[in-house]
Design a protein around this ligand. Structure first.
Ligand code: CA2
Length: 152
């Protein structure tokens, strides 16, 4: 079975509790549940991980190498300045899709730069929590699993 790891960076554990005008009302548990369900329907096992700590995120990326087909990663604020996370993504063979709930390009100038984008397969941002679902949909297509679903 294909395996996808969804990773969430600092403060995303607060989703749905604060700043709903930017990040919406959906909780992190809701997002993870949506992704696991969509994945399972397509034949993809989805594991989810959140940490507020840079080193823990680096450790998880390293541990994921050779164990997952894709990683969907919202590195939150680390996106904009973490060389350690960028290096960890570059060091593993698993393709990483960068996601953001908000459109980082429409926000403050410091959010316009992603340290991670150059070492990621692609970036999806600004679609709300559906950014994660769009990334998973892309993975399902890339794995060729959308075809199987049509014939079920
Ligand atoms: O839009 C995104 O998904 C971000 O990755 C979210 C990060 C932000 O630093 C990035 O620039 C864009 C912030 C995550 C903080 O999440 C919170 C959720 C609820 C309440 C407070 C913070």
């Amino acid at each position: 079975m294909a395996k996808v790891l969804v990773m969430h960076g600092p403060n995303l554990n607060l989703l749905g509790t604060r700043e709903p005008e930017i990040y919406g009302h959906t909780t992190l548990a809701d997002i993870n549940e949506m992704l696991v369900r969509r994945g399972n329907a397509a034949g993809v096992e989805v594991d989810c991980y959140q940490s507020n700590h840079e080193g823990a995120l680096v450790d998880r990326l390293q541990a994921a190498n050779h164990n997952y087909d894709y990683i969907i990663f919202n590195a939150a604020a680390y996106t904009h300045y973490s060389v350690a996370i960028r290096d960890a993504i570059a060091a593993i063979e698993v393709p990483v899709i960068e996601v953001h709930i908000s459109n980082i390009h429409q926000r403050e100038a410091f959010r316009h730069t992603s340290m991670l984008a150059p070492v990621c397969l692609g970036q999806i941002c600004g679609l709300g929590v559906e950014s994660y679902l769009a990334a998973l949909e892309a993975v399902i297509y890339k794995l060729g699993l959308h075809k199987k679903e049509q014939t079920r």
